[in-house]
Design a protein around this ligand. Structure first.
Ligand code: 1CP
Length: 333
């Protein structure tokens, strides 16, 4: 058993494994060095040699408990032949969605378009197994992917006014997304991913009355699918209003919390293992404050199975020395 499995599956409370959302990324000089010569982000994700190297960079530097594969949730629309580009200082830009064309894509076409992701997972997971550590595969939740695919860019605070206008179209896209998410999960697991995280980064945009249709039902289908593969699944429904209800309905193995949620309330109300929570901005302050805030989470979750992580992705301006300090504080606890 790896430390991460011990917490998520065996619900042990004696260790706090640690990994960091967006751990492979722009705050690392060794990543920026590779990125400099590879301006096309999707191409970089599809270069299995470089993407496995990038995935392992934070493991080499910090000896974290899990690797998360350097890829993106938007590889799904890319695999479905919707154009996906990442513009500097803007974020993702997607092309028009052609539902007729998309409906014709089969499993073989899709896997062929993104197979380097699976190749990277294979080589990373072989190395991680030797270290008795996990390889985390991931997907965007159906709702979050739907948002990007229809909105064609980051929704930031809002989605287009007429977003829900065409119910029929939305439901057709959701069915396609769900089918290919399962294919993507299956291929990640077959190539060595031994934990799956589902990112619902834009759950917070919905009204509570829309949770059943767009969050609970589609996410539950995926969670059940991951469980059928006998792999643990962590859900991150960012900024959702009712975490307890989410856990009761969707029943993930573990819950990742964001930094806006009160950890004390979570430790009292949530029975399953918890992951994350610390505000990534704390890493931009000083070491004393960082230690204080890290200890706050560790103290609150000391009798709860808890995986240390942040409440959202690490910020590009983070000093790697602060990450070292964070990890040391967790390991020394
Ligand atoms: O160098 C660069 O400019 C690329 C920045 C970058 C990176 C490093 C993007 C663009 N994606 C990634 C990798 C990535 N994305 C990982 C890799 C593994 C790791 O954690 O180290 C993961 C898990 C993701 C997941 C992802 N992509 C999410 C879910 C988590 C979250 O941040 O909420 C989302 C919403 C995306 C879309 C995306 N991709 C990239 C950006 C900048 C964004 C967000 C844009 C937005 O605000 O809408």
């Amino acid at each position: 058993m790896t430390p991460l499995h011990d917490v998520i599956i065996n619900k042990k409370t004696t260790i706090n494994p640690i990994w960091i959302m967006r751990q492979a990324g722009r705050y690392l000089p060794e990543f920026r060095e590779i990125r400099k010569n590879n301006p096309n982000f999707i191409e970089l994700c599809l270069n299995h040699k470089l993407s496995s190297e990038i995935t392992l960079q934070p493991i080499k530097r910090f000896d974290l408990d899990a690797a998360i594969i350097f890829s993106d949730i938007l590889m799904i629309p890319y695999g479905l032949k919707q154009k996906v580009e990442f513009k500097k200082n803007f974020g993702p830009m997607l092309g028009n969605l052609n539902i007729t064309e998309m409906s014709k894509i089969d499993e073989i076409d899709f896997v062929e378009r993104i197979y380097p992701v699976y190749k990277a997972i294979k080589s990373v997971s072989l190395k991680m197994e030797l270290k008795n550590k996990n390889t985390i595969g991931f997907v965007g939740a159906p709702w979050t992917l739907l948002v990007y695919m229809i909105n064609q860019q980051s929704p930031k605070k809002n989605i287009k006014k007429n977003f829900f206008e065409d119910d029929y179209l939305i439901n057709r896209i959701l069915l396609i997304i769900e089918r290919f998410l399962k294919i993507h999960i299956k291929n990640q697991v077959e190539n060595g991913a031994n934990v799956i995280q589902i990112f619902d980064s834009w759950a917070g945009l919905l009204e509570e009355r829309d949770y059943p249709n767009y969050i609970y039902t589609p996410t539950l289908n995926l969670v059940n699918y991951v469980k059928s593969l006998e792999i643990p699944v962590i859900c991150f429904p960012r900024e959702i209003k009712n975490y307890k209800e989410f856990c009761e309905i969707v029943k993930p193995d573990a819950l990742n919390i964001d930094y806006n949620v009160d950890p004390l309330m979570i430790s009292k109300n949530i029975k399953i293992p918890v992951q994350g929570g610390l505000d990534p901005k704390i890493l931009l302050t000083d070491k004393d404050n960082l230690k204080k805030q890290v200890l706050k989470y560790l103290d609150i979750f000391k009798d709860h199975p808890y995986v240390f992580n942040l409440g959202h992705g690490i910020l590009p301006e983070t000093d790697p020395k602060m990450v070292e300090c964070l990890i040391k504080t967790v390991r020394d606890y």
